[in-house]
Write a protein that binds this ligand. Structure first.
Ligand code: FES
Length: 343
């Protein structure tokens, strides 16, 4: 028996290692040829200090100079001493290059394309080495756009255990991936991607959650919901989904399906276009009130274009609420991701 340890590096690259319950995370990483920061390997220096974002473990033996009780309380840990009791997600305080590792590259075959509307395309990939590809729900990969020499970043909308990888793309005039998907792409095309990457991923389900999606920013949240559908969810999960026009709305049926499977999950959508037939017109900020924020006892995950991310952050601040955690990812029309956290 072994557990899966996700090592998320400062540059967003994530590697996964298998770790037995009787070995330390550092030993498992070393066996996988990943050199996480280490010095004493004895719980004395603190060089390996990392943050555990999900999972349970035995912290092992160490001295206060290496890790204080306060730090341990906050989730910091020492990989040279810790042994897992479950799958873990660790944030490692170094770049992947410093750890002598890098993002993995995968070949894939284009399995399908679905044109939801003139603004939104979905495509699916069959990865060649699917069993060797692990990712955390919410993460993205960099996909080389065939025939262009360019690559674009897209979050998986599929869950980590689903065989096919799915992506949502907002089409933009002149866009590299937009042009490929709308003009040239055919099932059976060969593609290449690297990853997984990003620190916008689902953490431990510790309190009520508020998921906020703008347009195709719904993709990583669908991946998170897919994960939640496979485990008990003991807290309310609310998703607010905003788009510009009716044609941008996708996967409302999928969200309804998740509401059937995850009893504590509810969702609402809104459309900015005043001519929309949607019940809620305007922006997601109009749907955020004190009840959705649980007086701050809430983990917020927000993915959307920069203007939406800034508007939501400003709105929540104006309500005087400080959420327990706030994870957000902005994407630009060129599908460049910027992931951050605000507490
Ligand atoms: Fe020194 Fe872990 S390497 S405490």
């Amino acid at each position: 028996m072994s557990f899966q340890i996700a090592l998320n590096f400062e540059d967003g690259i994530t590697r996964f290692v298998e770790c037995r319950p009787d070995e330390t995370v550092a030993e498992a990483s070393y066996k996988a040829r990943i050199n996480i920061p280490l010095d004493c390997r004895d719980g004395a220096c603190g060089t390996c200090k990392s943050r555990c974002e999900s999972g349970s473990y035995d912290g092992g033996d160490y001295i206060d100079e290496a890790l204080t009780d306060d730090e341990a309380e906050q989730g910091y840990c020492l990989p040279c001493q810790m042994t897992p009791h479950s799958d873990l997600v660790l944030r490692i305080p170094s770049s992947s290059a410093a750890a002598k590792t890098s993002a993995a590259t995968f070949g894939a075959t284009l399995a399908g394309i679905r044109h939801h509307s003139p603004s939104t395309v979905e495509f699916t990939l069959d990865a060649d080495e699917r069993d060797g590809l692990d990712f955390l729900p919410g993460q993205y990969v960099n996909i080389a756009v065939p025939g262009t020499g360019q690559s674009r970043s897209y979050s998986m909308s599929s869950g980590p255990t689903q065989r096919q990888l799915s992506f949502l793309v907002r089409t933009v005039p002149g866009g590299a991936m937009s042009g490929y998907l709308t003009e040239r792409a055919r099932p059976g095309d060969r593609l290449e991607f690297t990853g997984p990457m990003g620190s916008f991923y689902l953490r431990q389900l510790a309190r009520p959650m508020l998921l906020l999606a703008g347009g195709t920013g719904l993709a990583p949240l669908l991946s998170m919901l897919e994960r939640m559908a496979q485990q008990p969810v003991g807290h309310p999960v609310r998703l607010l989904y905003g788009v510009t026009g009716d044609q941008d709305l996708v996967h409302l049926d999928t969200l309804a399906d998740y509401a059937e499977v995850i009893p504590s999950f509810t969702f609402e959508h809104c459309v900015a276009d005043a001519a929309s037939s949607a019940r809620n017109k305007g922006f997601v900020t109009g749907l955020i009130d004190s009840s959705t924020l649980h007086d701050g006892d809430v983990d917020i995950y927000l993915c959307g274009p920069p203007a939406m991310v800034d508007a939501v952050r400003g709105h929540i601040t104006s309500l005087g609420v400080i959420p327990a955690s706030f994870h957000y990812e902005r994407f630009t029309p060129a599908a460049v991701h910027e992931t951050a956290e605000a507490a």
